[in-house]
Design a protein around this ligand. Sequence first.
Ligand code: GDP
Ligand code: MG
Length: 191
Amino acid sequence: RNSCVSDSSDSVISSGSDSDGQVYKVVLLGEHGVGKSSLARIFGGVEDNDCEETGNTYDRSLVVDDEETSILLYDVWEQDNSQWLKDQCMRMGDAYIIVYSVTDKSSFEKASELRIQLRRARQSENIPIILVGNKSDLVRSREVSVDEGSACAVVFDCKFIETSASLHHNVRDLFEGIVRQIRLRKDSKEE
Ligand code: GDP
Ligand code: MG
């Protein structure tokens, strides 16, 4: 593909809703340059890493453990600089993916801040969150160790995974993980 695609829903396994008709909103958070859009494009099945876009929404159904779940992935955190949009992001997600780059310590610190903001915005809710250390392929410029990442996730009571969008490493696991988290949360609510 040669063009930037927005709202890509043509490249899905199957578009639409799952058995209970629900579509789950998953929001990507994290500092500029950590790889949010790269991860989102892999999720959306759009392999165009040179296109510089300002933000998109990807609609896709994933079959995980023989069950289909519809996800709307929002890569809009940096779309403009309005506080309104940021507040909106904090409020609308059914689940969150907080991304930092393992090559950038300040993006890791920012991830903690975002986790705290999210907790404040959604106090009583137990929202699924996955902390993602991206760019694990850049071994020589690593500034955040795996142990630091997973320790942070323990403190913040969320899941943790390291990914490489460039190598597509663990990206599938990340999105399957978020689907499983959403299901767990949903099941515990229904009981
Ligand atoms: P965003 O600002 O968070 O949306 O980050 P982008 O997805 O635009 O990525 C920022 C830059 O990092 C781009 O040049 C990407 O090609 C690069 N990048 C993203 N993920 C990885 C990765 O896993 N490994 C490496 N080496 N580079 C990456
Ligand atoms: Mg981006």
